[in-house]
Design a protein around this ligand. Structure first.
Ligand code: PEP
Length: 249
C-alpha cells in the first residue's frame, strides 16, 4: 500500500501576528509538488489557527499543537477537540516530547488524548521518541514501543494516525539522527505495528521523522525506505521548509 509523503511544520510557541503572516505568504508562494505526492500540514500556536486557516493556500492543511483529553468544560486554559472540529481544523499534534517532558504527560495520558481526538473526527500526529539517556542505555526500542502501545491499547482504527518518531536528543539541538539511525527505529516501529496490530496497519501507517530536519539533510533522510516524511520544528519557520516539502519527490 502506498504511503503518501507527509511534511508537518510545528511552529511551537513562536510568532507574532506579523511574523505569521510573513511565513504564510512564503508558504503560499512556494513551488511544491502536488497534493498527490505530498501532504503538508502546518501547526501554528492556537491563537493563530484562524488566521492561518483563513489565509493559507488550500493544498496545505492546519494542525493544532495539542488538545484536551476529553470533552471541554471546566478546564481553564485548555482547548478541546470539539473546538478544533468546530473551527474546521483537521489535524492535531499529540504527545510531543516537550509536553511529555516539561508538562509531565504520561504514555497513558497521551494515549487517552489520541483516542479522544480521533473519536471526535480529528486526524492525529502522535509523537514518540527516546531521550539521550534512554538511547545510551540501549532502551530506545523499548521506549518507543511502550509509547506506541499506550496508543494502540486505546485506538482500533489507525487510518487517521501519523506516527512521528522524534528522538528527544535531536529536537531543536541541530543534532540530526543519521539516516541509518532513523531508518533503524522506523523499521522497528513498523515491525511492532505488524506484530501487535496488523500487517495492513504496518503497511499503511505513515511513520515520519522529526529532529533537526533542514533543507540540507532532508533528502538523504527522505530516501530511507521507512521514512514517510517529516515533522519539522525550527526550519518550518523559514523559507527552507519549501525545500523540505520538495524532498517528497
Ligand atoms: C519538533 O519540535 O517537532 C522538532 C522536530 O523540532 P526541530 O525540527 O527544531 O528539531
Amino acid at each position: 500500500m502506498g504511503r503518501k509523503f507527509f511534511v508537518g511544520g510545528n511552529w511551537k510557541c513562536n510568532g507574532t501576528n506579523e511574523e505569521v503572516k510573513k511565513i504564510i505568504s512564503t508558504l503560499n508562494a512556494g513551488d511544491v509538488p502536488s497534493q498527490d505526492v505530498v501532504e503538508v500540514v502546518v501547526s501554528p500556536p492556537f491563537v493563530f489557527l484562524p488566521l492561518t486557516k483563513g489565509s493559507l493556500r488550500s493544498d496545505f492543511h492546519v494542525a493544532a499543537q495539542n488538545c484536551w483529553i476529553k470533552k471541554g468544560g471546566a478546564y481553564t486554559g485548555e482547548i478541546s477537540a470539539e473546538m478544533l472540529v468546530n473551527l474546521d481544523i483537521p489535524w492535531v499534534i499529540l504527545g510531543h516530547s516537550e509536553r511529555r517532558l516539561i508538562l509531565g504527560e504520561s504514555n497513558e495520558f497521551v494515549g487517552d488524548k489520541v483516542a479522544y481526538a480521533l473519536s471526535q473526527g480529528l486526524k492525529v500526529i502522535a509523537c514518540v521518541g527516546e531521550t539521550l539517556e534512554q538511547r545510551e542505555s540501549g532502551s530506545t526500542l523499548e521506549v518507543v514501543a511502550a509509547q506506541t502501545k499506550a496508543i494502540a491499547d486505546r485506538v482500533s482504527d489507525w487510518t487517521n494516525v501519523v506516527v512521528a518518531y522524534e528522538p528527544v536528543w535531536a529536537i531543536g539541538t541541530g543534532k540530526v539522527a543519521t539516516p541509518a539511525q532513523a531508518q533503524e527505529v522506523h523499521a522497528e516501529l513498523r515491525k511492532w505495528l505488524h506484530a501487535n496490530i496488523s500487517p495492513e496497519v504496518a503497511a499503511s501507517t505513515r511513520i515520519i521523522y522529526g529532529g533537526s530536519v533542514n533543507g540540507a539533510n532532508c533528502k538523504e533522510l527522505a530516501a530511507q525506505a521507512d521514512v514517510d516524511g517529516f515533522l519539522v520544528g525550527g526550519a518550518s519557520l523559514k523559507p527552507e521548509f519549501i525545500d523540505i516539502i520538495k524532498s517528497a519527490e
